[in-house]
Design a protein around this ligand. Structure first.
Ligand code: UGA
Length: 447
C-alpha cells in the first residue's frame, strides 16, 4: 500500500521503516529540514537498536522516501499516519497543537480516498477532533477521507521488535472500510510472517490479535495500559520499602508474586522507578483529562508520587553510607531512562544527579549512548569516557541504568580506582554475592 508517515521522530521513524520493511511504499515527512537531510544522508537522528539497518535497507529498496513537503507526501497515498509530538503543557495536559495543525494542513491539501491514522498519543476524543477538523477545514475537493486511531505500544530500546511483533494491534475506527484498510496494511504483521531483525534468531512469531473498536476505546486502551504498567512499577517499589523495614528481599517477593498468572512477572523490578516521557508525561496527562471529566484516578496519582520519591530514597541511602555528600565524587553508571536508548527524558539519573549536585557532591556520569543528551539537559553533570575512569576517586557508584555491559564489568579493576567501594544498585540488577566477595559495600533497593 502507499503510506505517508507525518512526523519522523522516534515513533514515526520506527513506523515508517517497519511498514517499508514489510513491503509498503512509504514516505516519511517532517517539517524539520535538518532531520530529513540527516536521514537522507543515511545518518540517524536518534539511537534505537535495529532501526538504522532497517531504514538503510528500505531506502536502498526504494520503499522509503523522505520529504519536508506534506502536500506531496499525502498525494496518491491510501493511508497517512499522524506521528507528530504531543508535549506536555505546564498544567499537565498534552499540547495537541501539532496534531491539529497537521490535520488542518492535510485538509487544505484536499486529499482523496485517504485514511488518516492518529498514532501520536492523544487523549480520548483526539481522533474525533481530527475528524471534525477535516470537516471544518477540508476543501471541496476532499473526498472519501476517513479517520482512525491506531495507538502504538512501542518501547524505547525494542521499538522495531514491538512494531513488527506486537502483542496486539488495536485500531479505533468508524467503518468496516477503515477497519479493512488497516487490516490490509497490517496483514504481514498480523500473519506473523515478518522476520524481526531485532533478535537473532527472532523469537516472537505468534500472530497478534487485531482489536477493532471505537475511537474512544482505542485511545483509552493506550492510556490505561501505560497507567497500569506505571502502577505496577510503583506498587513493587512501595513493597520494596516495606521489605527493607522488615528484612525481606524484594527480588524474592516479586518472584513469588509474579508466579501468579493473574499478576505475571513483568514490570515488578523495584529500583529507582520509571522514567521516559510516556509513563511520566502521558499518564499525568491521563490523570488531568480524567479530572476534567470529573473522574478521580487517585491510583495513578499515587503511582506518580511513589515514583517521585525513589530518587530521595537513593539519596538517603547514599547519605547513610557516606555520611556527608559535599565534596564527594559519586559516579552514575547509566544516564538514559532505560537501557538501549539515548533518551534521557524524565530519566531518574538526571533527577538523582541534580539532587546530589545540590548537596555539593561531585557527580560524574557515564552512559554508552546518552552522555551527550544528559549533559545537554544538565550542564553541571560531568561525563566520564568509560566505567573505569568514572570509578577513579569515587566514594560511591550508583547503577542507574542496567545496560548489559554494566552487568559484566571487571569489579576488581573498578574497585581499585575507587576511594571507597560503595555500590548502590539502583536497579537490583547486579550480582550481590559477587560484589560482596570482591569487597564492595553493596546497597540494593528493597533487599
Ligand atoms: C512504555 C510502554 O512500555 C510502551 O508500551 C509504550 O508504547 C511507551 O511507553 C510509550 O507510550 O511511549 P518505554 O517508556 O519505552 O515504554 O519503556 P518501558 O520498558 O515501559 O519502561 C519505562 C520505565 O519503567 C523505565 O524507566 C524502566 O526502567 C522502568 N521500569 C520498568 C521499572 O522501573 N521496573 C520495571 O519492572 C519495568
Amino acid at each position: 500500500m502507499r503510506v505517508a508517515v507525518i512526523g519522523t521522530g522516534h515513533v514515526g521513524l520506527v513506523v515508517a521503516a517497519c511498514l517499508a520493511h514489510v513491503g509498503h511504499d512509504v514516505v516519511g515527512m517532517d517539517d524539520d529540514a535538518p532531520t530529513i537531510a540527516q536521514l537522507s544522508r543515511g545518518e540517524m537522528p536518534l539511537y534505537e537498536p535495529a532501526l538504522a539497518p532497517l531504514v538503510a535497507s528500505s531506502r536502498a529498496a526504494g520503499r522509503l522516501a523522505l520529504t519536508t513537503d506534506l502536500r506531496a507526501a499525502i498525494r496518491g497515498r491510501q493511508v497517512a499516519f499522524i506521528c507528530v509530538s504531543t508535549p506536555v503543557l505546564p498544567d499537565g495536559r498534552p499540547d495537541l497543537s501539532a496534531v491539529e495543525a497537521t490535520a488542518r494542513r492535510i485538509a487544505a491539501a484536499e486529499p482523496r480516498d485517504l485514511l488518516i491514522v492518529e498514532k501520536s498519543t492523544g487523549p480520548t476524543n483526539t481522533a474525533a477532533w481530527i475528524e471534525r477538523t477535516l470537516a471544518i477545514y477540508g476543501g471541496p475537493g476532499a473526498r472519501e477521507v476517513e479517520v482512525a486511531s491506531s495507538p502504538e505500544f512501542l518501547r524505547r530500546g525494542s521499538a522495531v521488535h514491538d512494531c513488527l511483533h506486537p502483542d496486539r494491534l488495536v485500531v479505533g475506527v468508524k467503518s468496516a472500510r477503515a477497519a479493512q484498510r488497516l487490516r490490509d496494511l497490517y496483514a504481514p504483521i498480523l500473519e506473523g510472517r515478518i522476520a524481526c531483525p531485532f533478535h537473532e534468531p527472532c523469537v516472537a512469531a505468534v500472530p497478534p490479535p487485531f482489536v477493532a473498536t471505537s475511537f474512544q476505546c482505542a485511545e483509552l486502551i493506550k492510556h490505561a495500559s501505560d497507567a497500569f504498567l506505571a502502577m505496577k512499577v510503583s506498587f513493587i517499589n512501595a513493597v520494596a520499602d516495606f521489605c527493607e523495614r522488615v528484612g525481606a528481599d524484594v527480588l524474592q517477593v516479586a518472584e513469588g508474586i509474579g508466579l501468579d498468572p493473574r499478576i505475571g512477572p513483568s514490570f515488578l523490578q523495584a529500583g529507582l522507578g520509571f522514567g521516559g516521557s510516556c509513563f511520566a508525561k502521558d499518564t499525568l496527562a491521563f490523570l488531568r483529562l480524567a479530572e476534567e471529566q470529573g473522574v478521580d484516578l487517585g491510583l495513578v496519582r499515587e503511582a506518580h508520587q511513589i515514583n517521585r520519591r525513589r530518587v530521595q530514597v537513593a539519596v538517603e541511602k547514599l547519605r547513610r553510607a557516606l555520611w556527608v555528600l559535599r565534596g564527594k565524587r559519586i559516579g552514575l553508571l547509566g544516564l538514559a531512562f532505560k537501557p538501549h536508548t539515548d533518551d534521557v527524558r524524565e530519566a531518574p539519573a538526571l533527577a538523582l544527579a541534580a539532587r546530589l549536585i545540590q548537596e555539593g557532591a561531585e557527580v560524574v556520569g557515564y552512559d554508552p549512548q546518552a552522555g551527550g543528551a544528559a549533559r545537554a539537559a544538565l550542564p553541571s553533570l560531568s561525563l566520564a569516557d568509560d566505567p573505569y575512569s568514572l570509578a577513579q576517586g569515587a566514594e560511591s557508584l550508583v547503577l542507574v541504568t542496567e545496560w548489559p555491559e554494566f552487568l559484566a564489568l571487571d569489579w576488581g579493576r573498578l574497585k581499585q580506582g575507587m576511594r571507597r567501594p560503595v555500590m548502590l544498585d539502583g536497579r537490583n540488577a547486579l550480582d550481590r554475592e559477587k560484589l560482596v566477595a570482591e569487597g564492595f559495600e553493596y546497597l540494593g533497593m528493597g533487599r
